[in-house]
Design a protein around this ligand. Structure first.
Ligand SMILES: Nc1ncnc2c1ncn2[C@@H]1O[C@H](COP(=O)(O)OP(=O)(O)OP(=O)(O)O)[C@@H](O)[C@H]1O
Length: 594
């Protein structure tokens, strides 16, 4: 009955069994010491009865001495097995959680961007930390207590029957009355605990978003509003937690009342039997001790039940995440990309809608071809679909119709790692990781030598500013490190791309203006990078556009014009007006330089 109970409410925890079973030796050791400790506890009441019925009655000192010696031995055994049980069980908990964290992280990082379009990163981080911690405590203490108490409870019950079948019958009759409502309550506690945990995850998502956008929040004077919103979600989490706590408190109280109430009743009956002479005092004593063990372990089980149920909620959320399949995967039998790489890109009648925005296509019948070594600039108004083109080329999403090819191979037929190794991107917003400058440049290529990294930095016009930093390439950047200027960040990204040395370069030009000096340095760095490679650039600067072999003008997910700057200006279409408004304003210096 107990096992049945253990299985039902915190059921999702069972899905973690494969993780536990990876450590069979430790599990076996934990089981052994768990059983040993329980058996030792169960022997004690036997000793007590013998003492009451024989030892005191006979006033035999040798008997008493040898009995106490044996009790001391039992106490030692109990101490050792309890310590070992604790050690193994807690270690298994830590081990399983470490494995889980690793696997959840690996899974999450492999998921496609479409997953992150609909899931907040803060919530996922909360699953990685809060949920795994809850599972750790479940495995660490709750599971071991549950097992220990289950063994104790079952063992004590068997001993109760052996001691006095009549009294036991009375107790056992009361048990279903106690257990069934407990199982029911356990379930509702679990539901409520999950609700509390969900609310908390939403809270951490909001906190991490606000804290990372701290400057924006402050510049809009939105601290108070953000705090109010956070406080209100924290309060919601508190309310949800309180509901869960209340039902758990009720569950505990109910369990204790039922268990002890029935024991008192049974004892009263037992006492009558002793008075009537049908039961010895020692046997009643022994029975009392066993029923106290059975009752207290049942009481503890009900308490641990709540913990396990909570961890069940956490396990459910984590296994959900582990079961998440990346929308973009390697094909079953991938085709190799031709070697040596040429760097030819073609879009053929590509139709694409973001999964979160199915009412309007982001790309509509898009076709273009980029020859090996060509530099193609994509321009167009905001929202035209320029960034989407790069996302599809990197296969962050698959188009709903049409095909995209690199060197003649459809992206869906190539291995993702092969495809992405042939593309280098310099994004608009460069991410600088909390790591050394060296590691930031060598990102994705941890084996790159110091010299290779330095050469890449020199080519990216970044070596000079890096050398001026206090610890040069070993300076920590990103969070808790030096803050790099916009131009420096871009040059780090260019160095990254140079080091990667991929045949196709994707460049999302920064829209934010750099000062003249940084601008020149970035431009020089890019010139070096673009040489001898196919380059697709989302262009915002006239200088870049003028250097392109061809310009594709996009609007509403389609190519509406195509040609060189001169050709397009003389056509007097969308490009001509864009050029007037967007590129030429304030760029007289760059035009003059051409
Ligand atoms: N992750 C996304 N989920 C849903 N819709 C998106 C997503 N990213 C972009 N869109 C939508 O797709 C359309 C094309 O966006 P895209 O970012 O490609 O435009 P863009 O030309 O690069 O614009 P900008 O120059 O402003 O960066 C827009 O309408 C945009 O709102």
């Amino acid at each position: 009955m107990k096992a049945e109970k253990t299985r039902r409410s915190p059921q999702p925890l069972l899905r973690l069994m494969p993780y536990v079973l990876r450590y069979k030796a430790m599990v076996a050791a934990a089981g052994l010491f768990l059983t040993l400790a329980a058996i030792t506890t169960l022997i004690l009441p036997l000793a007590v009865r013998r003492m009451i019925d024989h030892g005191f009655a006979a006033s035999d000192t040798t008997f008493i001495n040898s009995y106490f010696g044996m009790l001391l031995g039992l106490a030692c055994l109990l101490a050792v097995s309890s310590a070992m049980r604790y050690y193994y069980v807690i270690t298994i908990g830590e081990r399983v959680v470490a494995d889980l964290r690793g696997e959840v992280f690996a899974r999450v990082t492999s998921l496609s961007p479409s997953f992150f379009d609909v899931n907040q990163s803060g919530e996922i981080v909360s699953r990685l930390t809060a949920d795994t911690t809850q599972i750790k405590s479940a495995f660490g203490s709750a599971a071991s207590q549950a097992l220990r108490n289950t063994i104790l409870c079952l063992g004590a019950m068997v001993m109760m029957i052996l001691t006095s079948p009549k009294l036991s019958l009375l107790v056992l009759g009361a048990i279903p009355l106690i257990v069934f409502p407990l199982v029911g309550f356990g379930r509702s506690v679990r539901r409520r605990a999950r609700a509390a945990q969900d609310t908390l995850a939403a809270t951490s998502a909001f906190a991490s978003e606000t804290i990372s956008a701290n400057r924006t929040v402050q510049s809009f004077g939105a601290e108070a509003a953000a705090t109010a919103r956070y406080t209100s979600t924290v309060e919601d989490a508190y309310d949800a937690a309180r509901v869960a706590i209340r039902s758990r408190a009720f569950l505990t109280g109910f369990a204790i009342l039922m268990v002890f109430g029935s024991i008192v009743g049974v004892l009263w009956y037992g006492a009558q039997s002793v008075l009537a002479g049908t039961l010895t005092a020692g046997t009643l004593g022994q029975f009392v001790l066993y029923s106290v063990i059975a009752a207290s372990s049942l009481g503890q089980l009900s308490e641990v039940w709540g913990d396990l149920s909570q961890a069940g909620g956490a396990a459910e959320r984590l296994t959900e995440l582990l079961r998440e399949v990346p929308a973009i995967r390697d094909p079953e039998s991938p085709l190799p990309l031709p070697a040596p790489a040429r760097g030819e890109v073609s879009f053929d009648a590509v139709e694409f809608m973001y999964p979160t925005r199915t009412n309007a296509p982001a790309l509509h019948g898009l076709s273009f071809h980029v020859r090996a070594g060509e530099t193609v600039a994509i321009v167009g108004p905001s929202g035209a679909g320029k960034s989407t083109v790069l996302s599809l080329l990197m296969r962050f999403y698959d188009p709903q119709a049409g095909s995209i090819r690199l060197d003649g191979i459809d992206l869906r037929q190539a291995r993702l790692a092969d495809l992405r190794s042939r593309l280098a991107i310099v994004p608009q917003d460069v991410t600088i990781f909390a790591a050394s400058i060296h590691d930031n440049i060598a990102f994705g290529q941890p084996d790159a030598s110091r010299e290779a990294v330095r050469q890449a930095a020199i080519a990216a016009q970044a070596d000079e500013f890096i050398s001026r930093l206090e610890r040069g390439y070993d300076t920590m950047a990103g969070e808790r490190g030096v803050t790099l200027s916009g131009g420096q960040r871009q040059r780090i990204a260019i160095a990254r791309a140079i080091l990667k040395n991929a045949p196709v370069l994707l460049l999302d030009e920064a829209t934010s203006a750099l000062d003249a000096e940084s601008e020149t340095l970035v431009q020089k760095a890019l010139d070096g990078l673009m040489r001898d490679r196919t380059t697709i650039v989302i262009a915002h600067r006239l200088a870049t556009i003028l250097k392109a072999d061809r310009i594709l003008v996009m609007d509403n997910g389609m190519i509406v014009e195509e040609g060189t700057h001169q050709q397009l200006v003389s056509q007097g279409g969308l490009y001509a007006s864009l050029a007037r408004l967007q590129f030429e304003a304030g760029q007289t210096a760059s035009i003059a330089a051409q």
